[in-house]
Design a protein around this ligand. Structure first.
Ligand code: CO8
Length: 259
């Protein structure tokens, strides 16, 4: 898997996807978005990968959508560019595999939106978060108004978006935007340790759980419970459920096989 602006490595069933355009602080231009879409599709189809860690090369995670590319866009072009970014990020959110964002530095605008499309966010103490779009004469356009509000609540999302404040990783953890903050040198290992724990579990169960949480949080509680009920029921048709419960009864570690 070769890309102009991304790299993918595979270690112990963990895919490490790195945005690699450090000269522009990994800003999302059309090329990065296209590469990201193809990489997410390739990862989805790759049977060697169970969990993905998404990070950035250099001092930024992603410093936003590419301002140079957006500068002269008209309304149609802006809308199309925003819709394409949303489409790519939604593929991450809807991927059957869990994505952990390892936020190594600036996660601004489209970068914060990219991190929010992942399932879990781990941040370096050096990371900075924010939605600075209103200072550029635009709104967040890769679903930041929606995902930030869902993650941290509408009040805090409005404060961050209206003020364009850039916040520290510690502040981001305090408001629930990130799961954990660690020393910069520990970031990748922390993400890998988390990914390894996920890899050790039954993969269909992890995927059904991701689907239930995502689909359930987008609907009412009654419908959401039916979604969980259906997926829970489906687990009992899997070899891994028999193995997981038999292993418990036999007091041994389970050997899960379904990918
Ligand atoms: N786009 C394009 N180039 C960028 C971007 C960006 N978002 N961010 C940084 N760069 C470039 C700089 O222009 C610079 O290039 P050069 O070396 O050629 O001058 C290089 O990266 C290094 O950047 P700096 O010299 O500025 O590095 P500093 O460490 O001094 O500053 C900052 C780092 C604070 C992160 C600073 O670069 C910055 O403020 N960047 C912009 C952050 C921002 O506003 N991001 C939001 C962009 S808007 C957005 O993401 C909207 C998403 C939805 C789009 C919807 C479509 C219509």
């Amino acid at each position: 898997m070769q890309f102009e602006t991304l790299t993918i490595a595979i270690e112990n069933r963990i895919g490490i996807l790195t945005v690699n355009r450090p000269k522009a602080l990994n800003a999302l231009n059309s090329q990065v978005l296209e590469d990201l879409e193809k990489a997410v599709e390739a990862i989805e189809a790759n049977k060697e990968i169970d969990v993905v860690i998404l990070t950035g090369e250099g001092k930024a995670f992603v410093a936003g959508a590419d301002i140079t590319e957006m500068k002269d866009m008209n309304a149609d072009e802006g809308r199309t560019f925003g819709a394409y970014g949303m489409h790519v990020f939604r593929k991450i959110e809807l991927s059957s595999k869990p994505y952990i964002a390892a936020v190594n530095g600036f996660a601004l605008g489209g970068g914060c939106e990219l991190a929010m499309s992942c399932d879990i966010r781990v941040a370096s103490e050096k990371a900075k978060f924010g939605q600075p779009e209103v200072g550029l004469g635009i709104t967040p356009g890769f679903a930041g108004t929606q995902r930030l509000a869902r993650l941290v609540g509408t009040g805090k999302a409005k404060e961050l978006i209206f003020t364009a404040d850039i916040i520290s990783a510690v502040e981001a953890e305090k408001i629930g935007l990130v799961n954990a903050v660690v020393a910069p040198d520990d970031l990748m290992q922390t993400a890998k340790t988390m990914a390894e724990k996920i890899v050790a579990n039954a993969q269909l169960s992890v995927r059904y759980a991701k689907s239930a949480i995502n689909r359930g949080s987008e609907t009412d509680i009654e419908t959401a419970m039916v979604i969980e009920q259906d997926l829970f029921g489906l687990c009992f048709a899997t070899e891994d459920q028999k193995e997981g419960m038999t292993a418990f009864v036999e007091k041994r570690a389970p050997k899960f096989v379904t990918r």
